[in-house]
Design a protein around this ligand. Structure first.
Ligand code: FES
Length: 105
């Protein structure tokens, strides 16, 4: 089971065990990670699941879809180079020990 470290907006850290195949958003909700709201329940229609990922993991995730790319422009926190919608990211072993930042909104 990959371990995911969430870096919270208040500076706290929360490390959780994730299941492969679940989305990063589902993992966050199941572990009550503050700052991940997921209003649209994973439909890529709200951007309230915005997270910022480290550059080193981006290539393993594959390309961002045009829809996700467009939706990130509506995220409350400023978009960054590592910004993604966590509902569009499937957890895999490649994400073990990755640090996922939850931006302040
Ligand atoms: Fe709404 Fe991800 S949960 S965009």
């Amino acid at each position: 089971m990959p371990k995911i470290k969430f870096l919270l907006a208040d500076g706290a850290e929360l490390t959780v065990e994730a299941q492969n195949g679940r989305t990063l958003m589902e993992t966050a909700l199941e572990n009550s990670v503050p700052g991940i709201i997921a209003e649209c329940n994973g439909s890529a229609a709200c951007a309230t699941c915005h997270v910022v990922l480290p550059e080193e993991i981006m290539s393993a995730l594959g390309p961002i879809s045009e829809h996700e790319n467009d939706m990130l422009d509506f995220a409350e926190a400023s978009r960054e180079s590592g910004s993604r919608l966590s509902c569009q990211i499937k957890v895999s072993d490649a994400m073990d020990n990755v640090s996922v930042r939850v931006p302040a909104a």
